[in-house]
Design a protein around this ligand. Structure first.
Ligand SMILES: [Fe+2]
Length: 148
């Protein structure tokens, strides 16, 4: 793949992730609802989590991170750090998934805790996206618009 194709693919993946993250964020702003509400939120979150797993795997195994190191061997530490962040983000998302599945309607304290942790997860993803975007700009000279 060419630099432009890699950037294009990343941009599309990030655009999808942003839509799904936006839905998760919308729910985080709401007070806890009933069982049907919770079931719907679990579905929304699971969709988001599945995409997150897919995208981060693609960045690692696909043309993105290996390509950055091939182009700029001096950036290998930064790339290792991004991979580490992937592990952290995915484990946070997996923990949230378990927690949301165990949450019972009416457990408002549990929901408050989930909201805090979901906000933390979303901001970790935003931060990561911005770092990655800066890397793409510096290596490929193309802004993918992630994390803005
Ligand atoms: Fe990433």
């Amino acid at each position: 793949m060419t630099d432009a194709q890699i950037s294009q693919q990343l941009r599309e993946e990030y655009a999808k992730l942003k839509v799904l993250a936006g839905r998760v964020r919308e729910w985080v702003g709401r007070p806890m609802g009933d069982g049907a509400w919770l079931a719907e939120y679990r579905k929304t979150f699971e969709h988001f989590r599945a995409h997150l797993h897919k995208q981060l795997a693609l960045e690692e195994a696909g043309d993105f991170l290996p390509h950055v190191v091939a182009r700029r061997p001096t950036l290998s530490r930064e790339v290792d750090h991004l991979r580490e962040e992937h592990r952290e983000i995915l484990s946070m998302a997996d923990e949230m998934y378990t927690e949301l599945n165990q949450l019972q309607p009416g457990n408002t304290a549990g929901w408050e805790d989930c909201r805090l942790r979901l906000r933390h997860l979303l901001s970790a993803i935003d931060h990561h996206g911005r770092t990655e975007n800066n890397l793409v700009v510096s290596v490929f000279g193309i802004d993918i618009g992630a994390g803005d």
